[in-house]
Design a binder for this molecule. Structure first.
Ligand SMILES: Cc1cc2nc3c(=O)[nH]c(=O)nc-3n(C[C@H](O)[C@H](O)[C@H](O)COP(=O)(O)OP(=O)(O)OC[C@H]3O[C@@H](n4cnc5c(N)ncnc54)[C@H](O)[C@@H]3O)c2cc1C
Length: 94
């Protein structure tokens, strides 16, 4: 997704929908990974003895900062169907 987005930007095209998709996918992945790591570590995972609790707060914060997920989803839901209405298609690079 990131490489495709970089290519779009290099071409000088509008990459905002792709950026929104990345902004949803990356924090979700980070949140999932840190959550699993905490589960593996049990109670130690949420203690201040190891950095996972701080990472978890950071992962959760990313879903809000620079626009919450919902706002990016609304943007995607507006832009992708309009591409199809214009006879184009959409490739998120997945
Ligand atoms: C660590 C951190 C750093 C930040 N740095 C900056 C910065 O450098 N510069 C800056 O300008 N801002 C910064 N922010 C602010 C950040 O951009 C806002 O917190 C973010 O846009 C969400 O706005 P809000 O907190 O006012 O939540 P709100 O806008 O009140 O949203 C709360 C919730 O309501 C829902 N919601 C809101 N609007 C809609 C909508 N239109 N449709 C559907 N649901 C909606 C969402 O679920 C959302 O999570 C930062 C925030 C954090 C946490």
């Amino acid at each position: 997704m990131t490489i495709r987005c970089a290519e779009i930007m290099e071409q000088g095209l509008d990459a905002r929908t792709d950026i929104s998709a990345i902004k949803i996918a990356v924090p979700a992945a980070m949140h999932r990974v840190v959550d699993r790591a905490i589960q593996v570590h049990g109670a130690l995972g949420v203690s201040s003895e190891i950095p996972l609790e701080g990472m978890y707060r950071g992962a959760r914060t990313l879903r809000l900062a620079d626009g919450p997920d919902e706002v990016h989803k609304i943007l995607i839901a507006k832009n992708v169907p309009s591409a199809y209405r214009n006879g184009e298609s959409w490739d998120f690079g997945l």
